[in-house]
Design a binder for this molecule. Structure first.
Ligand SMILES: *Cc1c(COP(=O)(O)O)cnc(C)c1O
Length: 357
């Protein structure tokens, strides 16, 4: 019998968002925070023509994409590190610190990859409970010990959609020791409309221990191609690049990301549609009597407790796949108006059937 690391016996499996089909054939996937729109024709064309080069290895340094990001954000190219999705970058970050005694602090509940990747990297998780579905930054600062090497701040938080604002975040960053790396995971940055939520890139510039994580998977619509990036100071970006598997970002992903940056205005128009739809869905739920935390992401959160799984099953009967996180609640991605209307109908029916919310 081959022997494996003991941690593999207890590591939580990553559960991806599912698809469901209703008895009458409807299917709306609101379980993975993807954009509901088809890829832009200009991006599809760039990928299709790049497909003719797939016999060649990709550029290992992804120089074109790195330069495009550096220009887009006005940062040195040395501050950019790429990964096959930002979840892979989170893994790379944890690999840069994973050794006996190393700890990572993050809020809980938050992105479900954090515990999984921390366990796999041999980094001990210190989870700080959310307060009102929101990061408790004071408690997170207090949780830091001499063993703490990394802190993840997911802003907006997945799966609750809540945010931390500039003043409290700056106070937190000022309190964190300089040898602790703070990762601002801004996977949903493009959906933020609250002017008091800081752009992490304005915070990292004069803080060598702060880095920002972003992705092309959500607002930029490239979830299937796997590309994300970190922006941090040179020692951080260099360490993260060192643990990258060679050629991890494939050629099609590089080309698609560059084409998406070129089509940014068009993509951000779609983000605006989702933001409007988000307000409509949240107001619809509030009108039905649900409690819904304020959200700045492309999803809403219902803290349903014991009703979490029954609610998800109920939505599935309508062809709506949502994301249950038992025992805490359900995350529902914002989709097309048709998908969202179907979801709102399902939610209303659940409530009127006497179950709580
Ligand atoms: C979706 C998500 C990511 C990353 O997604 P990738 O597809 O791996 O880029 C990272 N962080 C959070 C909080 C997310 O929700």
């Amino acid at each position: 019998m081959p022997r494996f690391r003991a941690i593999l016996d207890t590591v939580p499996a990553y559960k991806a968002g599912k698809s469901v089909v209703s008895p009458d054939g409807r299917s709306y996937k609101l379980s993975s925070n993807e954009t509901p729109y088809d890829p832009l024709p200009s991006v599809v064309e760039a990928v299709a023509s790049a497909a003719r080069e797939m016999n060649r290895y990709p550029d290992p340094a992804a120089a074109g994409l790195t330069a495009a990001l550096a220009e887009r954000y006005d940062v040195p190219a040395e501050h950019v590190a790429l990964g096959a999705g930002s979840v892979t970058l989170a893994q790379q970050i944890l690999q840069t610190v994973g050794e006996p005694g190393a700890e990572v602090v993050y809020a809980w509940r938050s992105f479900e990859a954090y515990p999984l990747l921390s366990d796999l990297a041999g980094v001990t998780s210190l989870r700080v409970p959310l307060t009102d579905a929101t990061h408790d930054l004071e408690a997170m600062a207090a949780a830091i010990t001499p063993g703490t090497r990394v802190v993840f701040v997911c802003n907006p938080n997945n799966p609750t959609g809540t945010v931390v604002r500039r003043e409290e975040l700056v106070r937190f960053l000022d309190a964190v020791p300089g040898d602790v790396l703070v990762i601002l995971d801004e996977a949903y940055h493009e959906y933020v409309r609250d002017a008091d939520v800081p752009d992490g890139l304005t915070l990292y510039r004069d803080r060598p221990n702060v880095a920002v994580l972003r992705t092309f998977s959500k607002a930029y619509g490239l979830a299937g191609l796997r590309v994300g990036y970190l922006i941090g100071h040179e020692p951080v970006a260099a360490a993260v690049r060192k643990v990258m598997v060679p050629f991890a970002i494939n050629h099609l992903a590089q080309v698609a990301a560059v084409a998406s940056l070129a089509a940014q205005d068009e993509l951000l128009e779609r983000v605006e549609l989702v933001v409007k739809e988000r307000a409509r869905v949240r107001e619809g739920l509030l009108a039905q009597g649900w409690e819904v935390p304020h959200t700045e992401a492309n999803f809403v959160w219902l803290g349903l407790g014991d009703d979490t799984v029954p609610f998800a099953d109920h939505c599935a009967a309508y062809g709506v796949a949502v994301r249950p996180y038992p025992p805490d609640g359900v995350r529902i991605s914002i989709g097309t108006p048709e998908a969202d209307d179907t979801f709102l109908t399902a939610a209303a029916e659940f409530r009127s059937s006497g179950r709580r919310g």
